[in-house]
Structures are given as C-alpha cells and as structure tokens.
Design a protein around this ligand. Structure first.
Ligand code: F6P
Length: 323
C-alpha cells in the first residue's frame, strides 16, 4: 500500500477528527500519500477527494464533528456506485482505505473490498458503543459524559421542585449510553432496548416511593426502548399517577457533539495509528479495536452490531443504589 484514502461515514462521533489526524500523520511518517474523502462514501462515488498534508489536520484533535463530513450513502449500496467509487480511487492510485464509522459503514467496506482490489480497515466511530470486537468506540466516552453533565443539571431542578424526570438519551438499538449515564447519575430506573420494559414494576416502585415521600426520581430511557422513548413512558406514568409532577427531557443530538474526552482522543489516536500499520503489514479488511487495553483485530465480516449482553450485576446495582 502506497496511497491511503480516509473517510468518516454514518453518524458522527466526537473523536473522529483525532482519528483522521492519526491516520494522516502516521501515513506521512511512513512516506505514504494520504487522501481525504468527503461526506463518507458519497465523496468516493462523486470524486470529492483531496490530498492531505500534515497541516490539513492541524488544530483538529480537540474538535467534535468531522472535518471530512459524513453521510449515509445510498449510491454505495449499488454496484454501479461502488464501481464509480473504485474508478475514482484507482485513477489517483489509492490502494488502501480507512473507514471510520459504525457497522453499516463496515458492511459497505466489506463488500467493496471483496469486489475490488482495495484493502479496507475499519475504525469503530459511534457514540452507541454497539460494535462487536472492541471495548470502546470512538465517541462513546464523550457522549456519555455529556449525558451525565446534562442529567446532573436536571437533578438540581428536579430536587428543587420535587419532580420526577424522564430523560431520554440516544441509542436506537443499544442501551449503553442509558446504562452508563443512568448509573453514574443515580437514576431510579434505566430502560434499555435490550431488556423488556416492565412498566408495571416501574409504576409500582414509584408508587411505593410516593408513599414514603421520595418525590425526586430520575428515569433514564434509551430512545430505542420498547416503549418508544421518554414520551411514551411519561404517558403511562401520568395516566397511572396523576398526582405526580413529571417532566420529560430529550437530550438528543447534543450527545453527538462537543470536544472529545481524553479517552476518546487517546483511543482515536491509537486506532488511527494502527489502521495504517495494518495496511502496511498486510493485516487487511479488519476492524481495529481495543480489548483489555490491547489492540484487537476483527475481520470486517464479524465487526457487526453487537447485541449487548446485559450484565445482571449492573441492573442489580441500579436497583439497590436507587432505593
Ligand atoms: O448511531 C448513533 C445515533 O446517534 C443513534 O444513537 C441515534 O439513534 C441515531 O444515531 C440518530 O441518527 P440521526 O442523526 O441520523 O437522526
């Protein structure tokens, strides 16, 4: 591999810029040429590709978002789109690709690498932390800290008014943000997509708390919980407990932005560095992850959305500490 392309794809996540920086600087260190592809796979299909220098990634390690922009590309689902993408890489002599994104982006990379002679390396960039083969994904730590900061603020006002707050955090298919931020903020209940939501027992527990005048309660709900998010949970709570002063707060996309945490910058830098090493040493078509603080390489076909195994101990801790 002599010329590397790098792109970000799918939902953005804080730390993507640090990963781009690491890929660019490591490539240049090895004397390789490196090209930025704009707006995910769209830039490959539409030939929006530019040569990057060391200065191209100056002053970005601390910035959220992605300087390469990102998208979910429809054209790349089709063979014709992928062929055009290939031709655009080929004419520049690009013969290795680093894709920073989630499982959807890895599926695209896998298909592309099977059809054409361009090895691909995936870096897990998603706030949801729902990728198999890595303990961390780039952006999760920042997102969860943003959620914690916001929920702490909600607790202040909840406490002042003796209110119940139902707070929705991101996670269409995964409850990691809810679970981590909920435990860290002392939530009474945490509702996540991987578990059946026993709304009756949530109501029973709130009623029991109401009896003993524990009126400040926080419920953290992942947007993808089976009830359909915070609004739906609030509807049932208000119906069953009309006297309770309840409010809903949906944190939304603030969780995707902001300056990346130290952990996200570190893992992004390590993963970006190792992505280039992989291309150089022939470890092709893998996702670079970190497990037990060591680099871990997963074939792209196995780097899919991980189904979270619920740690029963964590759920027990939520219950005991919230009483
Ligand atoms: O995958 C990251 C994520 O933020 C999910 O938690 C969320 O469901 C989804 O992206 C939202 O996507 P969009 O920004 O396209 O609405």
């Amino acid at each position: 591999v002599t010329k590397i392309g790098v792109l970000t794809s799918g939902g953005d996540s804080p730390g993507m810029n640090a990963a781009i920086r690491a890929v660019v600087r490591t490539s240049l260190y090895h004397g390789l040429e490196v090209y930025g592809v704009l707006r995910g796979y769209n830039g490959m299909v539409e030939d929006d590709i530019f040569k990057m220098e060391s200065r191209s990634v100056a002053n970005i390690i601390q910035r959220g978002g992605t300087i390469l922009k990102t998208a979910r590309s429809k054209d790349f689902y089709e063979y014709d789109g992928r062929k055009r993408a290939y031709d655009n890489l080929k004419k520049r002599g690009i013969n290795g690709l680093v894709v920073i994104g989630g499982d959807g982006s890895f599926n695209g990379a896998l298909r592309f690498s099977k059809e054409f002679d361009i090895p691909c390396i995936g870096l897990p960039g998603t706030i949801d932390k729902d990728i198999a083969g890595t303990d961390f994904t780039i952006g999760f730590d920042t997102a969860v800290n943003t959620a914690v900061e916001a929920i702490d603020k909600i607790r202040d006002t909840a406490d002042a008014h003796d209110r119940l707050f139902i707070i929705e955090v991101m996670g269409r298919d995964a409850g990691y943000i809810a679970l981590h931020s909920g435990i860290a903020t002392g939530a009474e209940h945490i509702l996540i997509p991987e578990r059946k939501t026993d709304i009756e027992s949530v109501i029973a527990s709130l009623q029991e708390k109401e009896k003993r005048k524990k009126l400040v309660n926080l419920i953290v709900v992942a947007e993808g919980d089976e009830f359909g998010g915070a609004e739906q949970v609030a509807r049932v709570v208000k119906e069953k407990m009309p006297n309770v002063d309840a409010r809903v707060c949906i944190l939304g996309h603030i969780q995707r932005g902001g300056s990346p945490s130290c952990i996200d910058r570190l893992i992004a830098s390590r993963m970006g560095y190792h992505a280039v090493e992989c291309l150089l040493t022939g470890k092709h078509n893998v996702m670079v992850g970190i497990q037990n603080n060591k680099m871990h390489y997963t074939p792209l076909e196995n780097a899919v959305k991980a189904k979270q195994k619920i740690n029963e101990e964590w759920m027990r801790i939520v219950k005991i500490l919230a009483s």
